[in-house]
Design a protein around this ligand. Structure first.
Ligand SMILES: Cc1cc2nc3c(=O)[nH]c(=O)nc-3n(C[C@H](O)[C@H](O)[C@H](O)COP(=O)(O)O)c2cc1C
Length: 739
């Protein structure tokens, strides 16, 4: 049994396997440049300011030495000698490249198996663990929903009557149906502590902290769940009607769609009036455009044809809510698996100003599938306005109080799916900044279906999607996320950006701009995967083009009939966001200032060091201590239970996603261990030990250590719990083989 103290500060207990020994006061912290031999120290993070000793920056060194350093590095993090596990002379000269395609979900070429090679040596397994299994997390005996949240003597009506094979006896369930209460967090339910009630009811693995037995006048004793009204905030009360109260309804979680809507969607009972009308028109217009396109090769006069035969669409976009991207609004990338609600909540707390859901597939949304609708949920911190302290020209019609941080991302392979999805999302989700269309997803399954990055080679389909989505999405603006192209030898983003800003060249004077409010460009191609650095000079070229298109767009509006500025996103201005390899405030401001992008989107950098947003707002590196980093893990665990529940299912769901998070988080190399700055995300460290045991543990590549970390906050993993890391290189067997 763990004590409360152990649970809260698990690593600082003497005798603990990962105990921090000899915690030192801040004044004695390791100096970055000439640190003594490693010894255990824990203290709050230190900003890297002028007054503190700092690792040398590249600019401080003579040119020859910089070149020498770069030659030496070859993707290896420059760890100071005293932290290396082997002497510097034995450190490999090149580092293994971690391919983040595996994490993004792309089907990698068949992974090597780790079998013995020709030389008899066992090869290191690489690549992706496909078809990962996570075990089934459930109570030994199921408790019926009719009693799961009610006082013992007031069950609801059980829909299944006598045929119900779940338990209805709460006392029996608590004794035999589930494991005993957890002792982490001092046995206190983190959800109840924050919100004054717990949505997991009797199934909560901390239920003893929010239940009591009351004695009635007739002497009968009844078990009841307790609430703390002083902590219940009416404004965060779930929006699902009480009769549908279920594990879906969580305090502080927004965009929860009622089960009845999903059911109606699955039964095709929901009408998409706007889309149907628009799609009918679009079919005719596409045919007209097709004829026009084929004729113009041999007919000079044809440009007039389209204009003469053009019929206005039956409906115009509604007035759009204006959005804003600026230097003060760092953007958290959409991240499948990783970018879940608890993780985004953590990032917002640390300074992310704009967030995106994980990518949902359009068709399953239209079919009412629960998994995809669940991705659309936002935390209350995400539905507040982003920071707004503009320095340049301001849009007089932008109203920051109406803006919010959270946007959703979808992908689709056909215009009708994208358009109907946009109409459905804007109708049922009240808290949406934008609907973003993913045009960069490299995953085979998505690409081969004609969605994601396949749209990069289908510009006219893409344009029709954006135009239609913008028409039916009410006040919600539509945006797109693209890559530089599909293949390295054919970069298409520049043409595509032009098309998104202004429309196809030969018809734009008639039909106007498609209405794309912003484009994010990831500076890689699909083919490139993550092996090469993102191409920021290409991103800068596109940023310059977008600026010129924004001017053209303004003059174009003047010539198009009935162009109504209010219905054009941002009055015709398209924002442009750059993305790729941002790993510090230095990268961030460098890109904003020198590449000319409105803002920068941060992906892997945020998972490896979520405080990158804090660094951006503070404008300096922060050398986070291991204790502080562990506190982020603890927060994730709490936020996970708040979002997914503190019952067996929710807890192990939280554990699974915490482990996914740790599969990136362990890659952080504390800057206090580096010979010199800047740190580079793609640098791999040689084997090293941290400044204390906790720092060493947090750097472990072994997923069994990640499970150990999860147990500090989520209690022991159940015997049937399984976790297969996405990268085979993190598998236990492999680590053992390497000794
Ligand atoms: C684990 C993982 C999941 C991702 N999921 C998505 C996604 O759902 N939608 C998307 O547009 N991009 C996705 N991406 C790509 C990122 O949004 C981003 O474009 C890419 O990681 C480059 O940025 P970075 O160098 O800052 O990581 C994913 C990337 C990773 C590593």
């Amino acid at each position: 049994m763990e004590s409360q103290e152990t649970a809260k500060r698990p690593i600082e207990e003497p005798g603990d396997a990962v105990a921090v020994q000899d915690a030192e006061p801040a004044t004695k912290r390791v100096k970055l440049d000439d640190a003594p031999a490693p010894q255990a120290q824990e203290e709050p993070s230190q900003p890297q300011t002028e007054t503190q000793p700092q690792p040398q920056t590249e600019g401080d060194k003579p040119k020859e030495q910089r070149q020498d350093d770069r030659d030496k590095r070859r993707g290896i993090a420059p760890i100071k000698a005293e932290y290396l596990v082997v002497p510097p002379s034995q450190v490999a000269k090149t580092a293994e490249v971690v391919d983040d395609d595996a994490a993004e979900g792309r089907t990698a070429p068949d992974a090597e198996t780790g079998a013995a090679g020709k030389d008899g040596k066992k090869k290191r397994p690489k690549g992706q663990n496909k078809e990962r299994e996570f075990g089934i997390f459930a109570d030994a005996q199921r408790l019926c929903n009719s009693v799961a949240w009610t006082p013992e003597f007031s069950p609801r009506n059980c829909k299944h009557g006598d045929r119900c094979n779940a338990l209805h006896d709460i006392r029996k369930y608590l004794k035999e149906g589930r494991r005993p209460d957890l002792k982490v967090f001092g046995g206190k339910c983190p959800v109840w502590e924050t919100h004054g009630k717990c949505s997991s009811g009797w199934r909560c693995l901390f239920v003893e902290s929010h239940m009591k037995e009351i004695e009635h006048e007739d002497g009968r004793k009844e078990l009841v769940l307790t609430e703390d009204p002083s902590k219940i905030k009416p404004e965060t009360t779930p929006s699902v009607p009480p009769e549908e109260e279920s594990m879906d309804a969580r305090a502080g979680v927004y965009n929860v769609v009622a089960p009845a809507v999903k059911l109606a969607l699955s039964r095709k009972k929901i009408q998409h009036e706007k889309s149907d009308q628009y799609l009918k028109w679009m079919a005719k217009d596409s045919e007209l455009a097709r004829i026009h396109y084929h004729k113009q090769k041999d007919d000079d006069d044809v440009a007039k044809d389209y204009a003469a035969m053009y019929v206005e669409p039956p409906l115009k976009p509604s007035e759009k809510r204006r959005i804003y991207f600026g230097r003060e609004t760092p953007v958290l990338a959409p991240l499948t698996t990783q970018g879940n609600l608890p993780f985004r909540r953590l990032c917002v707390e640390l300074g992310a100003e704009i967030t995106y859901s994980e990518m949902a597939l359009g068709l399953p949304l239209l079919q009412g599938q629960k998994a995809d609708w669940t991705l659309m949920r936002a935390h209350e911190s995400e539905i507040t306005p982003p920071r707004y302290t503009p320095t340049g020209m301001v849009d007089p019609l932008y109203d920051n109080s109406k803006d919010l941080k959270f946007g959703v991302q979808i992908t689709a392979n056909a215009p009708w799916i994208a358009i109907k999805s946009a109409e459905t999302l804007s109708r049922y989700l009240p808290h949406l900044r934008v609907i973003d269309l993913n045009c960069g997803c490299p995953i085979d399954m998505v690409y081969k279906s004609g969605a994601g990055s396949a749209l990069l080679d289908a510009p006219s389909k893409l344009e029709r999607m954006i135009r239609g989505m913008n028409t039916v999405s009410g006040e919600v603006p539509v945006t797109a996320k693209i890559r530089m192209g599909i293949r390295d030898d054919r970069l298409t983003a520049q043409k595509l950006v032009e098309r998104l800003a202004l429309g196809a060249p030969d018809i734009r004077a008639v039909s106007g701009a498609p209405g794309c409010a912003a484009v994010t460009l990831h500076g890689r191609t699909r083919q490139q995967r993550y092996t090469k650095a993102a191409d920021w000079s290409y991103i800068a070229e596109c940023a310059a083009l977008v600026k010129s298109f924004n001017k053209t767009s303004n003059s174009l509006q003047d010539t198009i009939r009935e162009a109504d500025e209010r219905t054009l996103p941002n009055g015709g201005r398209m924002y442009f966001v750059g993305n790729g390899d941002c790993y510090s405030h230095v990268d961030y401001f460098n890109h904003v200032d020198n590449a000319g992008v409105d803002s920068v989107m941060v992906g892997r950098g945020a998972i490896i060091k979520p405080w990158i947003f804090e660094e951006i707002s503070a404008g300096q590196y922060l050398d986070k201590s291991a204790t502080e980093r562990l506190a982020y893990v603890e927060k994730f665990a709490k936020y996970g239970m708040e979002a997914w529940g503190s019952d067996e299912l929710g807890l192990n769901y939280t554990r699974r996603f915490l482990l996914e998070f740790l599969s990136f988080f362990h890659r952080y190399v504390p800057i206090g261990l580096l010979e010199y700055l800047p740190p580079a995300m793609n640098d791999r460290p040689p084997a090293y030990k941290g400044r204390n045991e906790l720092e060493t543990l947090l750097a472990s590549k072994n997923y069994l250590d990640w499970i150990k970390i999860s147990e500090m906050f989520l209690g022991p993993a159940p015997p049937n719990f399984k976790f297969q890391p996405k990268h085979k290189s993190n598998a236990y067997e492999n680590i053992e083989a390497e000794g």
